[in-house]
Design a protein around this ligand. Structure first.
Ligand code: URA
Length: 447
């Protein structure tokens, strides 16, 4: 078999055989096939796409390119969750304790921030002393003991994706539906859970900006999961405004605590109830309305907050900051962003909000940059709110006034204030299962 022929076949729009996909992945991971040939194949895939069979084969070859985690020694059904990435998206740290408090095990590997989006692992590391690099045995023991453990991606998990992702990043081949689906699903399948809930974001703060694009991506990923016997469901959720009010690592942990104590913002709370209910439903805990009530009960009785504290403690973190958020290290500079006019906040460019938080220090400007855990944004107003001239729209936290001023320029550039109240949009647009796509209207969907 020759890589040359595989490239030519895909260039000519033909379907690759399973053994040809395996040949290219194995050869690329071992170093026998070089970047220049894989770049050519990626571009041919970009233009000609992959069939469902090819996408599933690619996903499985990628998943098997490194360690496949076997969670079968942990009793019960294990449910994983993946978000395609957003701004202010701290849902993993809210819903995982919720479902674990109800006896559904979560053994989850999460990522760091990427571009303008935040990452669960960075948020967790804002808790003093907490370690997210944990060996396999300790990870399993924590899940067995408390039913929940979220750690950073460790060991040799999907090396094919590490190489392919880096190459796609520099060859303009990231935004291809099948390549994104294979990249995400290979990691979820290698991570070993029985069921997978996908939170596919749509809107200005998401990688997938349009609703149709997000639904297509969700359908592709659900099919891959189901083709390899993982029960998979996707919710398409709104990322046309940041989720909740806090953007930035320790600020988001504070909002996680508030939400688990029943004092969180309504949008975040309601999305978390829906996501948790879908995880519970996947684990066989009942129909969605019943699972929503169960999820809500873990906030009301404090069991989800206690579960979060148990996990933080097991990972060596200082749980005192969860009980008393004032113990988090404070940012040097607090800066208030004021409204330049009066009217309704018509829209907020969510990618600009995320990038503003990165400028403040909450994310990485380069791979080598370190994060300022206390930096970020707390929104005082959101889309649809009315503002008077001089009202506070947001509060910035950073290490310097200069960063605040620079972030303010970008942030305000993304905000449109108008005399007309914007139309209400759903928080959850659709639910995609292997059998159907349910689309939700505003009326069916809490805000
Ligand atoms: N996230 C991933 O893990 N992979 C992609 O290709 C895009 C987003």
């Amino acid at each position: 078999m020759r890589m040359f022929d595989i490239i030519a076949k895909k260039r000519d729009g033909k379907e690759l055989l399973a053994e040809e996909i395996k040949f290219f992945i194995d050869g690329y991971v071992s170093g026998e096939i070089k970047d220049y040939q894989v770049s050519a194949l990626l571009m041919a895939i970009y233009f000609n796409g992959l069939s469902e069979a090819e996408t599933t084969e690619l996903t499985m070859c990628m998943a098997k390119s490194g360690d496949m985690i076997d969670l079968s020694t942990i009793p019960g059904i294990k449910v994983d969750k993946h978000s395609t990435g957003g701004v202010g998206d701290k849902t993993t740290l809210i819903i995982s304790p919720m479902v674990a408090a109800l006896g559904v095990h979560v053994a989850k590997m999460s990522g760091r921030g990427l571009g303008h989006t935040g990452g669960t692992i960075d948020k967790m590391e804002s808790i003093p002393n907490l370690k997210t690099a944990v060996d396999r045995e300790k990870f399993f023991n924590i899940v067995r003991k408390i039913g929940l453990c979220v750690i950073g991606q460790s060991g040799n998990i999907v090396p094919a994706d590490k190489k392919l992702y880096a190459l796609r990043d520099v060859t303009a081949t990231i935004d291809n539906m099948q390549l994104i689906a294979a990249s995400i699903m290979s990691k979820k399948i290698a991570a070993g859970s029985d069921c997978i809930l996908l939170d596919v974001k749509a809107g200005s703060g998401a990688f997938m900006k349009t609703l149709d694009g997000s639904i297509e991506l969700a359908k592709t990923m659900v099919k891959i999961g189901e083709n390899v016997d993982r029960k998979t469901v996707a919710l398409i959720t709104d990322m046309d405004r940041p989720l909740g009010l806090a953007i930035g690592n320790s600020l988001e942990i504070m909002e996680v605590c508030k939400t688990l104590k029943g004092e969180g913002p309504e949008d975040l709370t309601e999305i978390c109830i829906s996501l948790a209910a879908n995880m519970l439903n996947l684990a066989g805990k009942g129909e969605i309305p019943e699972c929503e009530m169960l999820a809500r009960s873990t906030i009301e009785d404090g069991s989800a907050f206690n579960k979060l504290k148990e996990m933080v403690n097991a990972l060596g973190g200082d749980t005192r900051v969860l009980d008393n958020n004032d113990l988090f290290e404070k940012a040097k500079v607090k800066y208030v962003v004021k409204s330049p006019s009066e009217g309704y906040i018509n829209s907020m460019d969510t990618e600009k909000c995320g990038t503003s938080a990165v400028i403040l220090g909450a994310g990485r400007e380069t791979k080598e940059s370190s994060i300022d855990f206390s930096a970020g944004i707390v929104l005082n107003k959101k889309v649809s709110d009315y503002v008077n001239l001089g009202d506070t729209i947001a509060t910035f936290y950073s290490s310097s006034l200069e960063k605040c001023k620079s972030a303010e320029r970008l942030f305000m550039n993304g905000i449109i204030i108008s005399p007309v109240m914007p139309q209400e949009e759903p928080l959850i647009y659709a639910r995609v299962t292997k059998d159907k796509i349910e689309k939700y209207e505003v009326a069916n969907c809490r805000r």
